[in-house]
Design a binder for this molecule. Structure first.
Ligand code: PMP
Length: 306
């Protein structure tokens, strides 16, 4: 359960949490055509709070809406402003922010092109998605029996509500089998991404990650990790990866807004590398958290002070 806060931003106004309700004929509830974001706000060393890469998330929301043919009456700037307002109104210092764009009620046919586009921004306190232990010691993951659809089956560059059914099935399958996360292959059998994270592999001092021209989301944390690796002079290669390359990797880690940078210590019952967080993962992870918490970060352009 998440802890309720005071206000939710809905269609341009901040309203009480308990009043942020929708009609049962809300189109997105029936068919899944909606788009959303997951953003984090961090408390920094000097006590200030800053939203991480807010403008990139707002832009991705606009891009997702474009991919999903959802007319969006808000600009990326207005979406960012709504996020800042929501965090401020709830006096949150560190939180997760969920902008959600959905199709309202009206027509019930599939196209329903004239139904109103609606938007909500919800913020709540959310600690480490996979747990603090996971960040330190790593998680046990499983290659999912569910594959990511091919590049022309679902529009994976959009963060589209309905796409998450396959992520949920994969995540539930992994949890039921005693693992903490699922890694999905693409239609050709190469590594695509985890249920809500991009995948990185370390081998002989080089970091590898699947290229964006595949069936995975263009993660903003993925981009952050790539930039931090450049700062740290760690060589990175974007190329297709197969599952057995992960089995014999020195290190594997996942990254995403919710999961941040989480090591994988075991995959399909095979211990990865030293069977715990590896040194390069630790280096990237430390730089990631230092950057987020520093009031004088190396990439000030990534932060929106609340
Ligand atoms: N892939 C999927 C399927 C996701 O849901 C997410 C989380 N948004 C990611 C990757 C990582 O994206 P980001 O770093 O932008 O949160």
């Amino acid at each position: 359960m998440i802890d309720k806060v005071e206000k939710i931003w809905m269609d341009g106004k901040l309203i009480p949490w308990d009043e942020a309700n929708v009609h049962i004929l809300t189109h997105t509830l029936h068919y899944g055509l909606g788009v959303f974001e997951g953003v984090r706000c961090y408390k920094r060393d000097d006590g200030s709070s800053a939203i991480f890469r807010l403008d990139e998330h707002s832009q991705r929301l606009c891009d997702s809406a474009k991919i999903a043919t959802i007319p969006l009456p808000w600009t990326a700037k207005q979406i960012s402003e709504a996020c800042v307002q929501t965090v401020r109104a709830n006096k949150l210092d560190a939180c997760y922010i969920r902008p959600l764009v959905f199709m309202g009620d009206g027509a019930m046919g599939l196209a329903a092109s004239d139904n109103a586009t609606r938007m909500a921004v919800i913020a709540w306190r959310w600690g480490a998605y996979l747990g603090d232990e996971a960040l330190k010691y790593g998680i046990r993951a499983k290659i999912s029996s569910f594959a990511r659809p091919g590049v022309n089956m679902l529009m994976a560059k959009g963060k589209i509500v309905g796409h998450y059914v396959s992520s949920i099935l994969a995540k539930r399958e992994a949890l039921n089998a005693g693992y903490e996360e699922a890694i999905l292959l693409d239609a050709q059998g190469y590594i695509a991404e985890a249920s809500g994270e991009n995948v990185f592999v370390v081998k002989d001092g080089t970091i590898y990650t699947p290229p964006l021209g595949g069936s995975q989301l263009g993660g903003i944390t993925r981009d952050t990790v790539l930039q931090l690796c450049a700062d740290l002079s760690i060589p990175v290669l974007e190329r297709s990866l197969c599952r057995d390359e992960l089995y014999i990797a020195d290190e594997v880690f996942l990254c995403g807004t919710a999961a941040e940078v989480t090591p994988v210590r075991e995959l399909d019952d095979r211990s990865i590398g030293i069977g715990s967080r590896g040194p390069i993962t630790e280096k990237v992870q430390s730089r990631f958290f230092e950057t987020l918490r520093s009031s004088d970060p190396s990439h000030p352009e990534w932060f929106t002070i609340v």
